[in-house]
Design a protein around this ligand. Structure first.
Ligand code: SF4
Length: 284
């Protein structure tokens, strides 16, 4: 049950992504997985390296495309628990189309976004999560765009599990990832994971001052979609905890005939020349 490997992360000292890596490893062990039952698929960015730092199946994919790959893995092998991961630029800019459709499709996997409100790997440009007025080398006079709200978008797009956490809150983050893995459908977990090198605004101290735990809001009910939306708007999205969960809607694969039987990855395929020619003809 050991999800650690010998690869030393090359993140900057203090990067929030270290805690996310630890939380994934703990959560995977806590839910009883073994390394050969877990696949971690990542996109491109500092956070995209995470798939190489976890002892499991892994694939460091291409920019913004962690979700198409992860969904394919899950559909091909129902017996794998699949975690997709990446940064806010990866998932909420170039990959946003995939994120929206994965949320409405509801394939059973957990998508963890390490949200540092900046592009770190390319040395500090404004991302869709940067606040209006945010100054970087790509917006030296301050961003004139509004920040994107992935949590509000997820609630309205039909995601069945929407949660947010803070990388220093290892206990809560681990519990949320466990809940995401156990959720039967698509889970979006946005983690505030500070970039200590390039983002000098959204620092650890800034998050500590500005975040509200949903557990401190009396009567908060994650099954109440309208209430979730109202709370996000009231708090400018700066909340942590399970924001919304729909446990009723079936996952995509529950609706696919035959999925629950033999995994596609174990199906007997006739790959002879005749079968191949037939396949080519069908696609001509
Ligand atoms: Fe982390 Fe930022 Fe360093 Fe990238 S540049 S490893 S996001 S601290």
């Amino acid at each position: 049950k050991d999800f650690r490997n010998n690869v030393k992360p090359n993140w900057c000292p203090g990067c929030g992504d270290f805690s996310v890596q630890a939380a994934i490893q703990r959560a995977a062990a806590n839910v009883g997985l073994t390394p050969e039952k877990l696949a971690v698929i990542s996109g491109i960015g500092c956070s995209g390296r995470i798939s190489g730092y976890i002892n499991s199946y892994g694939l460091h994919g291409i920019h913004g495309r962690a979700l198409p790959i992860a969904q394919g893995v899950k559909m091909a092998n129902k017996d794998l628990t699949v975690i997709a991961s990446g940064g806010d630029g990866d998932g909420f800019a170039i990959g946003m189309g995939h994120t929206i459709h994965a949320m409405r499709r509801n394939i059973d996997l957990t998508y963890i976004v390490m949200d540092n409100q900046i592009y770190g790997l390319t040395k500090g440009q404004t991302s869709p999560r940067s606040a209006a007025g945010f100054k970087t080398k790509s917006t030296p006079l301050g961003s004139i765009e509004q920040t994107l709200s992935p949590m509000q978008l997820a609630v309205t797009t039909g995601a069945t599990f929407v949660a947010q956490s803070f990388s220093t809150d290892l206990k809560d983050l681990t519990a949320i990832i466990e809940a995401g893995i156990n959720h039967k459908g698509f889970s979006l977990i946005n983690v505030f994971s500070p970039c200590v090198t390039y983002n000098k605004v959204n620092t650890y101290d800034w998050f500590k001052e500005n975040l509200t735990k949903l557990s401190t809001i009396e009567g908060y009910d994650p099954a109440d979609r309208q209430g979730a939306m109202n709370t996000l708007m009231q708090h400018d999205d700066l909340v942590t905890g399970i924001i919304y969960q729909d446990t009723e809607r079936p996952s995509y694969q529950e609706l696919v005939e035959g999925y629950a039987q033999t995994p596609l990855s174990e199906a007997e395929l006739d790959l002879g020349a005749e079968a191949f020619d037939q396949l080519v003809k069908e696609f001509m």
